[in-house]
Design a protein around this ligand. Structure first.
Ligand code: CTP
Length: 406
């Protein structure tokens, strides 16, 4: 109840049969103490009248780009600035396509373009539209830009078809809004260190040994921690991702460089998420010039790299260490062994052979295992949401953390 008190929530309603359900969302948010304003598209008004939303929200409903209210304010800019959160419910294929392609041709799309608030889409449409690769690509693209989604449910659709596309349950939409605000500042005052991506172990100036880690999981954790108010240091191997807003990025290449940067940052940190896929071995000898293919057989001798996380386990004091275990068999057993050997508080165990998890994927699924032996199964979901779920569980179990101010 308290979480939403006085929060400024802008609801966008687009033209689908589920538009009438937005009325219940608005009514529930107002009951929870939120301030709610509503923008409707022209098509939304074919399904539900502005008067209903005006009455439920206690505010005028906005729908016209070019109306001139008494005050000299431009609606899409003032609403974009006013909102702490924008929720589009229902979101049609049309609005997703427009936002994904930078089209801003009505009040809702211009407001979405102009806002710095988080935008959450709750799509609802015919199942063939929803599963259309163009819509799915738009959704992936929007996710990669930080837009959040409340995926539709499967069931009987208004058109009589069965399948995915039904607006998510109202209670799930409300829970997601609640989650957004309750997570928002729960890491404030905490310093978090995240490692991400692969390392490169060079043989010569142009060749290296590496692995397919894309850095997506680590970057998602860094972004989620920053969203929740933490001061975030991200130590990253070479990846193609841009650093999330509000995160300090430290680029490294080799395991040794990662080791040094992590040890330097560690003393001032409260929580470490060690998501990087660190190369376990490096070539014993580095050839400073390009190795020529003179011989028929080339034998490489590899030597062990330092185990960064194990070293953090030795130095940890009251810091919280969250490790990751990428496994292909005996997932839980191997993960527990790593947790013990590296003195961790939590470990996230992934079966990287599964379709919804592993290197380069946009989704993840796995087990979060606590030092006390509790096992929390996290189903397949987008990596950003997966990151939030891990953080939720971690902070739930460590209510008192020393907040570092530097
Ligand atoms: N890790 C690390 N330094 C290393 C190797 C791993 O900090 N040299 C960390 C990883 O970032 C991860 C955890 O240890 O959080 C487990 O990594 P993983 O590659 O799954 O396991 P390893 O310890 O390398 O063991 P193995 O390769 O035998 O499975």
């Amino acid at each position: 109840m308290e979480v939403l008190k006085d929060k400024r929530i802008l609801i966008g309603i687009t033209g689908g049969i589920a538009a009438y359900k937005a009325a219940e969302v608005v009514s529930s948010l107002v009951k929870k103490g939120a301030q709610v304003k509503v923008i409707m598209t022209a098509h939304a008004m074919e399904f539900i009248k502005p008067l209903t939303l005006e009455t439920l929200s206690g505010n005028p409903v906005y729908y016209d780009m070019f109306s001139r209210p008494g005050a000299w304010e431009i609606d899409h800019i003032s609403l974009a600035k006013w909102a702490e959160l924008v929720v589009v419910v229902p979101a049609t294929a049309n609005i997703l396509g427009k936002v994904a392609h930078g089209i801003a041709d009505d009040l809702l799309s211009t407001t979405i373009m102009a806002t710095r608030a988080q935008v959450i889409f709750a799509p609802a449409m015919n199942t063939n539209m929803y599963t259309n690769p163009i819509v799915q690509e738009n959704i992936s693209f929007l996710r990669s830009k930080g837009y959040m989604f409340i995926p539709p449910a499967a069931g009987r659709l208004a058109c009589g078809d069965y399948g995915e596309g039904k607006l998510a349950d109202i209670q799930d939409i409300l829970a997601e809004i609640d989650n957004y605000f309750s997570r928002k500042s729960d890491l404030k005052g905490l310093k978090v260190l995240v490692t991400a991506g692969p390392t490169r172990e060079y043989l010569d100036p142009v060749r290296f040994i590496s692995n397919p880690s894309s850095g997506k999981m680590g970057y998602a954790i860094a972004a989620a921690c920053a969203e929740r108010g933490a001061d975030v240091e991200l130590v990253s191997g070479p990846v193609l991702l841009s650093p999330p807003p509000g995160v300090r990025l430290h680029r490294v290449e080799t395991a040794q460089e990662m080791f040094e940067k992590v040890m330097e940052l560690f003393p001032s940190c409260n929580i470490v998420f060690k998501a990087a896929a660190v190369g376990d071995y490096r070539p014993e000898a580095y050839c400073p010039t390009k190795i020529k293919k003179d011989s028929e057989r080339l034998i490489l001798t590899l030597i062990k790299n330092p185990d960064i996380l194990k070293e953090l386990g030795r130095r940890k004091d009251d810091r919280i260490l969250v490790g990751f275990a990428a496994e292909t068999e005996n997932i839980e057993e191997y993960a527990r062994k790593k947790m013990r050997e590296k003195n961790l508080d939590f470990i996230v165990a992934n079966d990287v052979t599964r379709h919804g998890a592993g290197f380069e994927k946009n989704t993840n699924e796995g087990l979060l295992i606590t030092r006390e032996g509790e096992v929390i199964a996290i189903p397949q979901m987008d990596k950003r949401e997966f990151a939030h779920r891990i953080i939720d569980e971690v902070i739930k179990r460590i209510p008192v953390l020393r907040r570092v101010s530097n």
